[in-house]
Ligand binder design. Sequence first.
Ligand SMILES: CC(C)(COP(=O)(O)OP(=O)(O)OC[C@H]1O[C@@H](n2cnc3c(N)ncnc32)[C@H](O)[C@@H]1OP(=O)(O)O)[C@@H](O)C(=O)NCCC(=O)NCCS
Length: 185
Amino acid sequence: MIHYRHLEPSNLDGFTRLDRSDYSSTWCRMKDGLLIQEKRVFRHPGFSQSQWDGIIKEWTDKLSRGEMLLISAFDDETPIGVAGLDINQRYGCDNLMYNFGPLWISKEYRGRGIGKRLFMMVKEEAEILDVSGLYISATPVPKTVDFYIRMGCQLLSNPDLQLFAEEPEDIHMYLNLPKSVHRSC
Ligand SMILES: CC(C)(COP(=O)(O)OP(=O)(O)OC[C@H]1O[C@@H](n2cnc3c(N)ncnc32)[C@H](O)[C@@H]1OP(=O)(O)O)[C@@H](O)C(=O)NCCC(=O)NCCS
């Protein structure tokens, strides 16, 4: 039975069992304003124990300071998916977007609607905050980019300079929140 709940700083156990690994024989890339695919191997081996230690410390600190929203999916008590939102800083050319992420579904649980459910839960919370959109820096794996397009996200013609510098090979996207009249600028 899959269930969903908000994460608290004191309740971040078991994430080392979440398998973030991924493989793709193609990558997405922006060329002349268009999204193209090229043959190139993408391989993420999953996070090591020390990488998880760093991630959990960062989440603990940010949750404690109220700078982040995190929702997780659990199978019984095992975390099998997580989605978050950085609510500390606004991004984009008009400074009106919160940065969405992470979004990781454990490998054996992908394709069952869990990513969509987590994405929608974060989106619903963002709708009552004072922002007009979500900023998405998507891993350039076609399956991941297709997922965000399916969720209604659009390509950003002018990525945020800071976020682009952090992840220049990502596909930078945004989602307009319903209340807003925001357009990618
Ligand atoms: C990308 C990811 C989060 C998607 O989560 P998921 O649980 O597998 O996706 P879901 O099963 O919820 O799919 C939701 C929708 O997207 C669609 N979708 C999912 N993968 C798709 C694909 N490869 N092509 C087209 N549509 C796709 C589904 O058909 C579904 O559509 P529906 O609303 O019509 O039913 C997950 O695959 C993942 O964790 N990947 C590895 C980590 C990663 O890249 N994270 C993102 C970092 S930015």
